[in-house]
Design a protein around this ligand. Structure first.
Ligand code: SF4
Ligand code: SF4
Length: 132
């Protein structure tokens, strides 16, 4: 019996696929492997942040709050329930203090647990703590 053109293409293709390394992952039965370029979570380097608020202004989801504390302290708050991982905050920050990393936001049953906060105390408070 003569094989059709589609069959002669399909059989080698299937064989190649069967011999190739698996492309899916066993998650949740194995570890989740994220690609380096995956952008799943916003993180803040609070020591680099100057509290300029530019990230807040560009965030289309209203997910960020920045508060300047006395003596050059700063507090940054991120609500993951709002964040759309668009990356605008990262590209707008001139200090490279905020970026998206290859990680997931951990699941939670309480909305309050889906908020991250980074705080850098002002120089005065820091000196006081160092003295103590
Ligand atoms: S994270 Fe960057 S853009 Fe946002 S307040 Fe800090 S320095 Fe400014
Ligand atoms: S990634 Fe986008 S939505 Fe999320 S905090 Fe940054 S600007 Fe806002």
């Amino acid at each position: 019996m003569k094989r059709s053109a589609s069959q002669s293409h399909l059989v080698p293709h299937l064989l190649r696929r069967l011999l190739r390394r698996r492309e899916t992952i066993a998650y949740p039965y194995g570890p989740m492997e994220l690609q380096e370029t995956y952008q799943g979570r916003v993180v803040v380097d609070i020591d680099a942040c100057i509290g300029c608020g530019q990230c807040v202004r560009v965030c289309p989801a209203g997910g960020l709050e920045v508060e300047r504390l006395p003596d050059r302290g700063v507090r940054v708050r991120l609500d993951h329930t709002r964040c759309a991982n668009c990356g605008l905050c990262e590209v707008s920050c001139r200090r490279d203090a905020i970026r998206l990393v290859a990680a997931f936001v951990d699941p939670a049953t309480n909305k309050d647990e889906l908020v991250d906060e980074w705080v850098r105390q002002g120089d005065h408070d820091r000196k006081q703590r160092e003295k103590a």
